[in-house]
Write a protein that binds this ligand. Structure first.
Ligand code: URA
Length: 257
């Protein structure tokens, strides 16, 4: 059977899997696929930023695949996974919290996302909302409770850039274009919880395609206090978001049996 272009996968390899977990980082794929209650995980393919594993929740196959950073590469992943029969896509990643009450290590479950990116505009006009599917949101909340991880639910801002779009001044030029100066305070006033780079693309594309999607990210920095990401908060944010997504997807699949 021919493999699909970018992912180097074919439908037979997925063994009928309908659900995918999507970290950005290829190095997180194996860890997720081998986290209990998932068992018997194995590598399927590796091409560019896309590393895929197949794992199982009590005989139900689940794909875990990295998307790389940002909307364009995630958009390709969504298109090609949909063509291979995937119906539910759950992103797991890291983010910068912009509300003072959210502590590094806690997780944020996205209910909807600000589309501060370009890829989703190729699929739906900007008036179209980037919203998570309610069943995925509910399952991620259950996952966080099961994993005993502190969680927040709300709006995420997905930016096409890590530096200017997230109003970071610790960049090469230290300059943030006028368009973004003061933008973090504005998002904060509008009760946006966090910055990351992929949720809006995922949620818009999946809604537009009639698929279910959701997103959980571990906060690795609180932007009201710092711009830099410290190693220990990165570890805590990764660990807690992985536990939440694994327990959340297990809850979603068990509820459907
Ligand atoms: N990822 C982001 O996009 N922003 C952060 O601040 C941390 C992780």
């Amino acid at each position: 059977m021919q493999t699909i272009y970018h992912l180097n996968l074919n439908a037979a390899q997925l063994e009928g899997a309908k659900t995918v977990i999507l970290p950005g980082d290829p190095a997180r794929v194996e860890k997720i696929a081998q986290t209990a209650p998932f068992t018997n995980g194995r590598l399927l393919a590796q091409k560019r930023e896309y590393t895929s594993w197949l794992t199982y929740l009590e005989n139900t196959p689940v794909v875990v695949m990295s998307t790389g950073i940002g909307g364009p590469s995630l958009g390709i992943a969504v298109e090609e996974l949909a063509m291979l029969g995937i119906k539910t896509m759950v992103r797991v990643g890291t983010c910068g919290a912009i509300q003072a009450h959210i502590h590094p290590g806690e997780v944020i479950i996205t209910s909807g996302a600000v589309r501060l990116e370009g890829t989703s505009t190729h699929y739906a006009p900007i008036e179209y909302p980037a919203v998570a599917h309610h069943e995925v949101v509910t399952s991620l909340i259950e996952g966080a409770k099961q994993a005993k991880v502190a969680y927040h639910v709300g709006i995420t801002c997905s930016s096409d850039s890590f530096y200017p779009g997230q109003e970071r001044y610790d960049s090469y030029t230290k300059y943030v274009p006028k368009r973004f100066q003061g933008s973090t305070e504005e998002w904060r006033q509008l009760h946006v919880l966090n910055y990351e780079m992929e949720a809006a693309t995922l949620l818009t594309l999946c809604s537009a395609m009639g698929l279910r999607a959701g997103c959980v990210c571990g906060a690795v920095v609180n932007r009201t206090r710092s711009e830099a990401v410290a190693a220990e908060t990165l570890l805590a944010g990764e660990k807690n978001s992985v536990q939440t997504v694994v327990q959340g997807v297990a809850h979603l699949l068990r509820a459907e049996r």
